[in-house]
Design a binder for this molecule. Structure first.
Ligand code: HEC
Length: 123
């Protein structure tokens, strides 16, 4: 039942993007783990910053969001390696960050799906 509800929620977005099967799996994983706090639409900051264009960006540099000092001063640039570490265990990569309460995505395959999805969340 939960899967069905999430699938229905994702439908309009899937059509808007003319998404491939891989994109849909990534979107569903993003919806399950991240969407409570993050949107991938530009400038749409919620509890967490918009993840639009996050791939390749310097950590803590998105406009209009009050990042923690830890994130701003981390010197991290978001690529496959850093995103994978951060999503697995945020405090392991950047201690004292504010991404709470989020305990990480343990499954490496799910993390890869989410990261591949984030790569497409740009203009
Ligand atoms: C409980 C809310 C919450 C959840 C769930 C969550 N985040 Fe976050 N996220 C945040 C907050 C708050 C920040 C800002 C952290 C800071 O300033 O230290 C953040 C920051 C980030 C950043 C840094 C953005 C930047 O511009 O530097 C990335 C990347 C990120 N989150 C990815 C994810 C992904 C991917 C998921 C799902 C696997 C996720 N987050 C789940 C709240 C959340």
């Amino acid at each position: 039942m939960r899967r069905l509800a999430i699938g229905l929620l994702a439908l309009p977005f899937a059509f808007a993007h003319a998404a491939s099967a891989a994109d849909e799996a990534g979107q569903e994983a993003f919806n399950n783990h991240c969407r409570t706090c993050h949107s991938w639409k530009q400038g749409d900051n919620r509890l967490g910053p918009s993840l639009h264009g996050v791939f390749g960006r310097k950590a803590g540099s998105a406009e209009g969001f009050g990042f923690s000092e830890a994130l701003k001063k981390s010197g991290v640039t978001w690529d496959e390696g850093s995103l994978d570490k951060f999503i697995a265990n945020p405090d392991g990569l950047i201690p004292n960050n504010n991404m709470k309460p989020f305990t990480g995505v343990a499954d490496a395959g799910t993390r890869k799906q989410i990261i591949d999805f984030l790569k497409t969340a740009k203009d």
